[in-house]
Each structure stands twice: as structure tokens, then as C-alpha cells.
Design a protein around this ligand. Structure first.
Ligand SMILES: Nc1ncnc2c1ncn2[C@@H]1O[C@H](COP(=O)(O)OP(=O)(O)OP(=O)(O)O)[C@@H](O)[C@H]1O
Length: 342
């Protein structure tokens, strides 16, 4: 049940995130196109799942069936165990945050008003809406006193996108759906925004389904990644490390590409068992923390032209990691499946 029933008097206490389950979902458009067929998957509460796959494989269709902007032809979609196809679509959408590429802010409304859209529809009192909008703007790193009264065109693309996140989170939805939310901003702003979003997600822990066509983004952002091929066919649903280390099909292997070895370093941490004892002289070596990605550790060595990096565990030196150790990470699944070693 909604923590703030329509006409309710106050802002909600923090709601927990809800799991999402798709059971044998199918979407056939009126012209006969089967965009998604027999798709089943479960996203845990508080998990960030990324949908990725080639153009036209049905990513947006899946996302938009979850909030019923598109009605599935068959199958069930459950949010918190409840089949959404039986729920009033408008009420459903008020429990689901939705962020799209160009944000879709209302151009003639201030940032405050934009962020307060759903709470207003839910009938919250004015003061509660205002307080919530301020809180959310703070949360996404925009000073409400400075930006609240502005109009969308008076913000940068990245700032507008943050307002989009704030608006999507305003009524404390149990699920957040995001369709290419970072693709409209330039690459530098994009990585900042991705980091910001991960920080935000660590705080609010929503169940997030994010559509992207950018594999790096998927690897960086996803707790798990769903790889779809044409017709919404599920190729693999796994952690970034599983996807890159053990592609489940030739399709996934091709999709993650030949540079998956490098990408994989970005999702593998430096661990104690990789270290050799540190000698006396560590002054000249770059230092990285235990748990840093192998990619970052390697980058630290490359920029200083060192063969080793000192690995710190707090103030303590845990040991050294070598370039060679990082570059000799093996790929058991690949070797087993591909005797040519390609
Ligand atoms: N309204 C529609 N009527 C008919 N076919 C449609 C409709 N909307 C989408 N499709 C088709 O359904 C398939 C899946 O489309 P969808 O937009 O879900 O893919 P996508 O993976 O999000 O693609 P992209 O990465 O290019 O945005 C495509 O073949 C598309 O042409």
C-alpha cells in the first residue's frame, strides 16, 4: 500500500524498495513485431539491474512494460509480489520513478515545482512538498536556495539530469526505471553524473532498472547486467565480473568484445592473496588501497612507470602488487570453450 495515500497528510517515512519479477513476459506490437518473448527475470529489492543489448532488442519495451506505458501481451510483471497488470496504471506510476534521456522537465515550471510534481499529484500539503523538494535537491548536490527558483533552461544538461533524478525520487518510489539517463550529457559530465548517481543509490537503495547501450556504463553501474538479444531473448543475467569473465553464450562474448579482459580488470579488486611481501623500499612506488580495482592499480603503475604498487590497508602496508600479477589473470571459461585461444 502507498505510504502516502492520495490526500494523505504528510511526507512518507522511508519506504523500502520492492523486488521486480517478470514471468514469461511477451510483447507483440499490433504490426506483428515480437519485441519481447517469454522473458523471465527477477530483480532483487535494492538492486541496480542494467538492461543492455543491441538496438531494437527490446530494452525500452521491457522497461516501459514495468510501469505499463506499454501493456504486455502475455505474462506477469510483479512488483513486491503484486501483478502490476491488475493495478490502476496511474497509481502504479506514482509508485515508480521514471527517468528518461532528456529528462522531460516542464519548461515553464521552476525546479522546485518540477521536483514536487508527484507529491503534488499525491496531495501532499504544500510545506511537505517544499521540504521534500529541498531535501532531494540537496541529495542530488544542487543547493535548493540557488537552483530551486530557476527554470530548466537556466541549468546545464548535467544539472537538469540531476533534477530529473530528484523528481523521480520525490515521492519515495519503490522502483526507479531509467531509460538511457546519462546519454544526453557529454562524456565528461556523464562519468561525474554516473558517480553521483551511484552515491545517491547507496543512500536511497531503490530497486533500479537502467537501460543503456553503453557497456562501460553497464559494468560501472550494474550490480547485475541483463544482456538481451533480438526479440528480448535473455542471453545472460549476471554480475559484471561474470559477464566479462564467463560469457554465457557466443552472443555475449561477441557483445562484450575483445577488450573484455581490460574491462574485467575494472570489476576485480586487489585482494590479499595477490600480494607479495613489501620490502623496505616502498617510497618510490605508487600506493593504492586494498580493494582498489586492478584496472586502477595498473593505471597507477603505468603513469609512474613502476612494476609494483604498494597496497595499503588503512595505514598499514599490506604488501605489493605487480604488473605481472595483474596481467596474468586467467580466463578459465574462455580457455575451456575456445581451444584456438582467440
Ligand atoms: N510501437 C511499436 N510498434 C511496432 N514495433 C515497435 C514499436 N515500438 C517498438 N517496436 C519494435 O520493437 C522492437 C524493440 O524495440 P525497443 O525500442 O524496445 O528496443 P530497444 O532495445 O530499446 O532499442 P534501442 O536501443 O534502439 O532504443 C524493435 O524491433 C522495434 O522496432
Amino acid at each position: 500500500m502507498d505510504a502516502t495515500p492520495e490526500g494523505g497528510a504528510s511526507a512518507p517515512a522511508d519506504r523500502k524498495a520492492a523486488p521486480i519479477e517478470l514471468r514469461d513476459v511477451r510483447k507483440q506490437y499490433p504490426d506483428g513485431t515480437v519485441a519481447v518473448d517469454k522473458l523471465s527475470l527477477s530483480v532483487n529489492a535494492g538492486e541496480l539491474a542494467v538492461l543492455i543489448g543491441p538496438s531494437g532488442c527490446g530494452k525500452s519495451t521491457v522497461l516501459r512494460m514495468i510501469n505499463r506505458l506499454i501493456e504486455p501481451t502475455a505474462g506477469e510483471i510483479l512488483i513486491d509480489g503484486e501483478d502490476v497488470t491488475g493495478v490502476d496504471a496511474v497509481r502504479l506510476r506514482r509508485r515508480i520513478g521514471y527517468v528518461i534521456q532528456n529528462v522531460g522537465l516542464f519548461p515553464h515550471q521552476t525546479i522546485h515545482t518540477n521536483v514536487g510534481t508527484v507529491p503534488r499529484l499525491l496531495g501532499w500539503p504544500k510545506q511537505a512538498i517544499r521540504a521534500r523538494a529541498d531535501e532531494l535537491l540537496d541529495l542530488v548536490g544542487l543547493d535548493p536556495a540557488r537552483y530551486g527558483k530557476r527554470y530548466p533552461h537556466e541549468l546545464s544538461g548535467g544539472q537538469r539530469q540531476r533534477v530529473g533524478f530528484a523528481r523521480a525520487l520525490a515521492a519515495d518510489p519503490v522502483v526507479l526505471l531509467m531509460d538511457e539517463p546519462f546519454s544526453a550529457v557529454d562524456p565528461i559530465a556523464r562519468s561525474g553524473l554516473q558517480r553521483e548517481f551511484l552515491r545517491l543509490q547507496a543512500e536511497v537503495r531503490k530497486t533500479v532498472v537502467l537501460v543503456t547501450h553503453d557497456l562501460d556504463e553497464a559494468v560501472r553501474m550494474g550490480d547485475r547486467i541483463v544482456v538481451l538479444s533480438q526479440g528480448g531473448h535473455l542471453e545472460q543475467f549476471g554480475t559484471p565480473a561474470q559477464l566479462l569473465g564467463e560469457p554465457a553464450s557466443p552472443f555475449v562474448r561477441e557483445f562484450v568484445g575483445k577488450d573484455r579482459g581490460i574491462r574485467r580488470l575494472a570489476v576485480m579488486p586487489v585482494t590479499e592473496d595477490m600480494l607479495t611481501p613489501a620490502g623496505d623500499v616502498t617510497d618510490q612506488l605508487p600506493a593504492v588501497d586494498l580493494g582498489t580495482s586492478l584496472y586502477d592499480a595498473l593505471a597507477a603503475m603505468l603513469v609512474t612507470n613502476a612494476d609494483y604498487a604498494e597496497v595499503k590497508d588503512g595505514a598499514r602496508t599490506a604488501g605489493l602488487i605487480s604488473r605481472h600479477r595483474i596481467l596474468s589473470i586467467d580466463y578459465p571459461a574462455e580457455q575451456a570453450e575456445d581451444p584456438s585461444g582467440e
